[in-house]
Write a protein that binds this ligand. Structure first.
Ligand SMILES: Cc1cc2nc3c(=O)[nH]c(=O)nc-3n(C[C@H](O)[C@H](O)[C@H](O)COP(=O)(O)OP(=O)(O)OC[C@H]3O[C@@H](n4cnc5c(N)ncnc54)[C@H](O)[C@@H]3O)c2cc1C
Length: 416
């Protein structure tokens, strides 16, 4: 920050305790916390809004470590929050980016079936995408696939021409600037602790002082379940690390846009894909392996607290036993660059070991249920005055403006 201090007027002089200085306190300055705070200020221009962020900068975790894709909304179950908010969020984000001069490119996305065994799943994605209203979606045969991506091998594809790329750190920075321009405050280096509802509002203990608010919204990402405490219900966050490789500048020319596999139903992530980012760099990844620390990005990142949280949760063991084969393959590709390259060569045969170098990594905050299932949809939960975002993995960055509007609606209802 922007280190906020209480002023005379925020102190209730009658009893010397803090009055209700804020209408809304938001925990977490990732893209969702910032979007929510911004939306509350847009809808209630004079409201007092504070964002608490434990790091020294905004967008330090998932928002600053992702693929940068503006998803179209293909994969998600029709009618789900993900389906609705992704399609709406994409539209809002594109308009916002264009108004603010944030660079975005519609590179187009091709989901590639390598053989007949993947065709039924490709058709199901086509059905879902159409049901979700993805514009321009079409199934392409091998010749059309080659016209779109001449170096990619496959027998059929699903093409979404309007899938785009953007830099989400830049978007989050712009949201933060909007908040400050509208009179909101962002307290960096300030960790939120316990939340207590009282007759006078909600009190949040922070690493510096207690803050009182009428409404609290927690968008704590990888810490969401810890912050929510008993509100978490059945789910816990299990962190899945994803590593990327970067293609050499020559090899980057082999890919025009975004190329994805048909997702493996045995392992519910999107699979290793090629993404040509806004600056023209092509990354391959991310894979998905269990992370031994929620917020440390190296392969050897380790936190005893985080490991204990995962390994003592029965849902993790149920998930691990039912995904043993696919999980082991992911771990092997994580350790062996050769195995990773062999895997991507199935799509891009011209690539070789020397064309890829280690790139960035990210850690997904994925909610896992006690019976071992990855929660499919976004999860928002809470009482009227305290709202927790408990599961907001991809495509939550794409959906950020729509999710922010949705949560702001809930928060403003509680304020009225
Ligand atoms: C590898 C990877 C690839 C992805 N690719 C895409 C993509 O291409 N497109 C897409 O749409 N989505 C993608 N996503 C998903 C997207 O990045 C996330 O869904 C989104 O960033 C979630 O935003 P958030 O604000 O909820 O979380 P975060 O960005 O993680 O922010 C949470 C914030 O809360 C803060 N915080 C936590 N606890 C406290 C506390 N107690 N006190 C104060 N602050 C606290 C943290 O420091 C952090 O800054 C990807 C994610 C990953 C990991």
């Amino acid at each position: 920050m922007t280190k906020r201090t209480f002023t005379e007027e925020t102190i209730d002089r009658d009893n010397g305790r803090m009055a209700q200085p804020y209408d809304a306190v938001i925990v977490g300055a990732g893209i969702l916390g910032l979007s929510t705070a911004r939306q509350i200020l847009l809808e209630r221009p004079r409201s007092r809004v504070l964002v608490l962020e434990k790091e020294l900068h905004v967008a330090r975790h998932q928002t600053g470590h992702n693929s940068g894709v503006i998803h179209s909304g293909i994969y998600y179950a029709p009618g789900s929050l993900k389906a609705r908010l992704c399609v709406e969020g994409k539209r809002l984000l594109e308009r916002y980016a264009d108004e603010r001069g944030i660079r975005r490119l519609e590179r187009g996305k091709l989901i590639v079936a390598l053989d007949e065994s993947e065709l039924a799943r490709l058709s199901e994605l086509d059905r879902r995408g159409r049901a979700n209203g993805v514009v321009g979606l079409r199934v392409v045969d091998e010749d059309a696939l080659r016209e779109i991506e001449p170096n990619i091998r496959g027998i059929r594809g699903l093409h979404a021409p309007h899938t785009g790329v953007i830099d989400y750190t830049q978007v989050a920075g712009e949201f933060a600037a909007d908040i400050e321009r509208a009179g909101g405050e962002i307290a960096l280096n300030t960790e939120a602790g316990s939340v207590a509802e009282t007759a006078r509002g909600v009190e949040v203990a922070t690493s510096t002082e207690a803050v009182r608010s009428r409404v609290v919204v927690a968008c704590a990402g990888l810490q969401a379940d810890r912050f929510a405490g008993s509100t978490t219900g059945d789910e816990r966050i299990v962190p899945f690390r994803g590593n990327y490789y970067t293609l050499s500048p020559q090899a980057a020319g082999l890919v025009n846009g975004l190329v994805y596999p048909v997702p493996n139903p045995a392992f519910p992530f999107l699979g290793v894909h090629f993404t040509k980012q806004v600056d023209g760099t092509v990354v391959a990844g991310p894979n998905a392996v269990l992370a031994l620390a929620r917020e440390r990005y190296g392969r050897v990142g380790f936190s005893a607290r985080d490991v204990a949280a995962t390994f003592t949760y029965p849902g993790f063991w149920r998930f691990a036993t039912s995904h043993l084969g696919a999980g082991a393959a992911e771990v092997w590709r994580d350790i062996s660059k050769r195995a990773f390259v062999r895997d991507v060569q199935r799509y891009l045969p011209a690539i070789s070991d020397t064309d890829v170098v280690g790139g960035p990594s990210g850690i997904r905050a994925q909610a896992l249920t006690r019976d071992g299932r990855l929660s499919d949809d976004f999860i928002l939960r809470g009482s009227g005055r305290v709202i927790h975002v408990l599961n907001a993995p991809s495509p939550a960055a794409t959906s950020s403006l729509a999710i922010g509007a949705h949560i702001a609606g809930l928060a403003l209802r509680a304020l009225s």
